[in-house]
Design a protein. Structure first.
Length: 176
């Protein structure tokens, strides 16, 4: 049996809870609800926990948001594709801009295209094939900007690295 890192699991649970609590902070754009906090959480998960945890967190958050009535079925492909691509690009590229680009492209282009059949066949919405790409890009852009500021600072200060046991070094204190 594979060893489960309890700290990673706990952090994933906390991030899912933040995603649920912040789900009312969404902007309706067409048939979708744009939730910038979800994209910020996807990047946190992808960078600090890896692609598997990030996708799992995106799935659980989307599922709970749908069960509570604060999300739509379109949350699944958008958030999960963005989280996966963000995590994979960061894991193999080791540069934060790769994670940000992965979230943007994965959510807007891949997730937007995968949302088309869900919207037309399941939700009964009439839309164009590329009808979700722009709204998903706008949503993920907001979350990515938030992440670019906060995740960059967290990486420099080694906030989650020390918590997760990835480094033995002390946190870096920025002096004024």
């Amino acid at each position: 049996m594979k060893h489960v890192n309890v700290r990673k699991l706990a952090l994933a649970g906390i991030l899912v809870a933040v995603g649920i609590v912040c789900s009312p902070l969404s902007i309706p754009v067409g048939a979708s609800k744009c939730a910038p906090v979800q994209h910020f959480i996807n990047i946190l998960g992808g960078v600090f926990l890896g692609p598997g945890y990030a996708v799992g967190m995106a799935f659980v958050t989307s599922l709970l948001r749908n069960l509570m009535g604060t999300g739509t079925l379109l949350a699944f492909p958008g958030s999960m594709c963005g989280a996966l691509l963000c995590g994979i690009l960061y894991k193999y590229g080791k540069h934060l801009p790769f994670a940000y680009a992965g979230e943007l492209f994965g959510t807007s282009v891949i997730g937007g295209l995968l949302s088309y059949p869900i919207a037309t066949l399941i939700m009964g919405s009439e839309s164009a094939v590329f009808g979700f790409v722009i709204p998903f890009f706008v949503s993920s852009c907001g979350g990515t900007i938030i992440a670019a500021v906060l995740v960059t600072a967290m990486k420099k200060m080694k906030v989650f690295d020390i918590y997760l046991g990835n480094l033995d070094a002390e946190p870096r204190i920025v002096k004024h």
